[in-house]
Design a protein around this ligand. Sequence first.
Ligand code: PMP
Length: 330
Amino acid sequence: MHYYDSVLDLIGNTPLVRLNSVTEGIAATVLVKVEYVNPGGSVKDRIAKRIVEAGEKSGQLKPGGTIVEPTSGNTGIGLAMVAQQRGYRCVFVCPDKVAEDKRNVLKAYGAEVVVCPTAVDPEDERSYYRVSDRLAEEIEGGWKPNQYSHPANPASHYADTGPELWRQTDGELTHFVAGVGTGGTISGTGTYLKEASDGRVKIIGADPEGSVYSGGTGRPYLVEGVGEDFWPDNYDRNVCDEIIEVTDAESFHMTRRLAREEGLLVGGSAGMAVVAGLKAAKNATADDTFVVLLPDGGRGYLSKIFNDKWMTEFGFLSAGDSATTVGSVL
Ligand code: PMP
């Protein structure tokens, strides 16, 4: 009999797939690491298990305790999966720009969700950072692991994501591209790949226009899960060779192309990372191999990026531009 002891054993060892259509005119090989095949549907499953184990080990997470975390959804799903199996309660704090579908997923896994305004200063008492601090203190047995500073976040990518990529490409990848949110993915994976290749692999961060990583002030943008309005501890400022700024429009159009042309139904931060990867690969040669990490799947964005009305309302599509419906009308 072949089976896994629990869904947690399905985390990681995600596949690499070559992009074949959106790469037109590019000589380099561009591969994507498909993180939506993790059981909770995102790259964040990887960090959740290690964070909970670290909390148990340090004694900060007590039996029957409550995990309180600011999360745009994906870290919450991972934490909720681990927590439900070990008897912890979860309370997640999300900014209001996070799609309702995504919040409902957290509730489906048994977590409680508190929604906060996006467009306030991180120090404002209504911000999702401050609200999660307050709840972690007020709730008996509350613990806020804080994915922005918990060392298990980059450590899990250093231990797993980096070595997987090195093995899967036989050490031949030349560039690694990922969006930057907490910075855990790029810092952990990037540090491993730099070490394994003696500094040969170039690390490229993708960032939404307006976020601090690419020199912005943190003004609002619509792509979810990436970019910040502050500098998290888990972002290693020395790891990126280059940061490429991507607009919401570029991210969302590429996200739609990935679904239609590559059969990859992914979220907006994946589209953003692919745009950055293609920009970086423009002048690369056929000897170069780029790997772009796709953090999550597209089902949580059906009412936004994949909805023509929403795209038109926000100015990303013009009227009559809705290629999805034209065919069926004729
Ligand atoms: N994309 C999505 C959809 C995410 O939820 C996250 C995590 N915030 C990221 C990208 C960025 O990953 P990291 O936090 O490791 O920088």
